[in-house]
Structure formats: C-alpha cells, structure tokens
Ligand binder design. Structure first.
Ligand code: FAD
Length: 311
C-alpha cells in the first residue's frame, strides 16, 4: 500500500452505524479532525429496522430511519467529515495507521473500527441465485414487494420475529421456519407472534432448497424429527439466521475471537495501540443500539486520551 495522501487525521472511523456516528459526534465535538468512512447508508443496521422501541428517550418508539437521520445530523453539526467508500485494508507504520478505502489512502493517528454485522447466509441451493428475486435479508427494505404473498421467514431470534410481524402488514400469510421447538426471541415479540392470525410456525424444520424460475416459487423443507421433506409454496423467503462481524479485512491486524469479533479492553482499545473498536463488531454480551452508542462514546473518549498522551 503506497502512502500518497499527506493529510493526517487525528481520528478515522470505519463504519457509520450508531457506534460510528456516536464516536464521530464525540471526536468532532472535541475538535479532533475526524473522517468517517461508510460504504452504505449512515445509520447502519438501524436503517433496516422498522421501529426501535428500546432506545431510551423515545417512549413511543422511533423508526430506525428517523433515528439514523437524527444521529447523522447531530454528528455532522460538529463538523464530522464523511466519505462514501469501502475500507478494504488497514496497515500500521510505526504509530501511524494507514487505511485504504476504494482507491484512496488515508493516514490517521487513531482508528475506531465500527463495522458492525452482516447477515449469515443459509448456504442452500437457490439462495444466491434468487437473492433479490424473492430471497431477502431485510423485511423493512423489501416487504412492500410482497403484497398478498406467501412468505417464509427463517429463524427464531428477535430479528426473525420482528421482521415476521412487520411482513404481516403486506403478506397474505407468513410462515416462520425454526430448527428448534422453541423460539429464542424476547418474550414480548413471542407473544405478538403467537397472537397474530397471519403467522404460522413450523417447528423442528429447516429449508433445504429454494426453488423457482425467474423468481422464487417454493421452498423444500425438511422436518428434523421425522426426516420428511415437503414443498411449501412461497413468493418471498426472508432469512434471519444469525449475524457475522464485518471484520474479515482486518484479520492479522487486531486480535479477534474464533467468530471474528474484535477483542478489546474496557475502553474499547484493541491489541494494537491507538486502534479501537466499538459496537456490534466487538466481542460483547449485548448487541443493540443502546450498547453501540455507549461503545462509540467510550472509544472516542479513549482515542482522545490516547492522543493527549502523545502530545
Ligand atoms: C432487523 C434488525 C432489527 C433490530 N432491531 C433492534 C432494536 O429494535 N433495538 C436495538 O437496540 N437494536 C436493534 N437491532 C440491532 C442494532 O441495529 C445493532 O446492534 C446496531 O445497529 C449496531 O450498531 P453498529 O454501529 O455497531 O453497527 P451497524 O449498525 O452494523 O453499522 C456498521 C456500519 O459499518 C459499515 N461498514 C462495514 N464495513 C465497512 C467497511 N469495510 N467500509 C466502510 N463501511 C463499512 C456498514 O455499511 C454499516 O453501515 C436490530 C438489528 C437488525 C438487523
């Protein structure tokens, strides 16, 4: 990686979800010159969440979209610079951190990694082929395409349940396929799912194949208890089978656990001095908006202290 650019940022943040936007708010407000690199939409996973009910300060809940815009506006108010690029490589040169994003090279004294999560793939025949043609990982983004349709939702956690509930506003029928005989999601979501007449549950079952022509037409399901295979008509297949941290491009730079989550100390500092991680990409107990913003604030403050120690 060649180091062409001469501007040295005090802070670079990779990822503009709630963790990155909060880190950017804090560092910009502390007058540290900060660049935030974001490949997608500012707001991260929040942009694909219909309603956030458990972020304090919004007693009636707030849409993920609105919360994203508010966080973006607040961070930019203090001068946060944002570029729409994908960070693909990070190297160190002494204490300097060098970030390659698309064709640009950036230099910084401290780096805060806030790259979050992406959906795990199911890995069955038809999944790749029909992505965007009936297979989706985001109900908020795609539900409106499935008016009066038969929908399959795969998964048993909070995302599967909330997305299934959202899909009932559009679909004729939503069938949740879950590999176990009990849901993992929060009780309040389970209650809403069981009470919704449009939602059916198929327990102990997995999707074996997604079939169709130019679009999805059906799924092959396997009952794990009996081994029986059945074909279930479906126009939409929504997959929520777990998340993976977007940290592959940082392998070998900072220490991670076996799942690819970045290991940090309580201040968010990684195994490399001056490199911090915040939000869903780090190893921690609870991955939510409230904990992401807390992480972002802590990492930003720790980065500021690190820079003060260098002066
Ligand atoms: C369907 C769904 C519903 C949810 N509902 C709730 C809820 O009700 N309440 C709640 O508190 N939480 C909820 N969550 C979880 C919450 O959204 C996450 O915990 C939170 O968004 C994590 O924030 P983050 O900033 O760490 O990461 P993310 O929100 O994942 O943001 C990471 C950002 O980094 C960007 N990025 C990644 N890699 C790169 C790269 N190499 N270069 C540039 N940019 C990059 C991504 O594009 C993304 O915008 C939900 C999540 C989902 C998926």
């Amino acid at each position: 990686m060649e180091g062409g650019g001469k501007k040295i940022y005090e802070v670079i943040i990779i990822g503009g979800g709630p963790a990155g936007l909060t880190a950017g708010l804090y560092t910009s407000r502390s007058r540290l010159n900060t660049l935030l690199i974001e490949i997608g939409l500012l707001g991260g996973q929040m942009t694909t969440t219909e309603m956030v009910e458990n972020f304090p300060g919004f007693p009636q809940g707030i849409t993920g979209d609105e919360l994203s815009h508010l966080m973006e506006e607040q961070a930019k108010r203090f001068g946060l610079e944002v570029v729409s690029q994908e960070a693909v490589e990070v190297k160190t040169d002494g204490e300097m951190k060098i970030v390659k994003a698309d064709d640009a090279i950036y230099h910084c004294k401290t780096l805060i990694i806030c790259t979050g999560n992406e959906w795990r793939k199911l890995g069955v025949p038809g999944e790749k082929e029909f992505t965007g043609k009936g297979v989706s990982y985001c109900a908020t983004c795609d539900a409106a395409f499935f008016r009066d349709s038969q929908i399959i939702v795969v998964g048993g956690g909070d995302s599967a349940l909330t997305e299934a509930l959202y899909l009932t506003k559009f679909a004729k029928e939503v069938t949740i396929i879950h590999r176990r005989d009990a849901l993992r999601g929060t009780k309040i979501y389970q209650e809403r799912v069981f009470a919704n007449p449009k939602i059916k549950l198929l327990w102990n079952s997995v999707v074996q194949e997604i079939k169709g022509d130019s679009v999805v037409r059906s799924v092959l399901l396997k009952n794990l208890k009996t081994g029986e295979i059945t074909e279930h008509p479906a126009e939409g297949v929504f997959l929520f089978v777990g998340l993976l941290p977007k940290t592959q491009f940082l392998k070998g730079l900072v220490q991670m656990d076996e799942g690819g989550y970045i290991l940090t100390d309580e201040n968010g500092e990684t195994s490399v001095k001056g490199i911090f991680a915040a939000g869903d990409c780090r190893k921690k107990l609870l991955r939510q908006v409230a904990t992401a913003v807390g992480d972002g604030a802590t990492a930003a403050f720790a980065a500021e202290k690190y820079l003060e120690g260098k002066e």
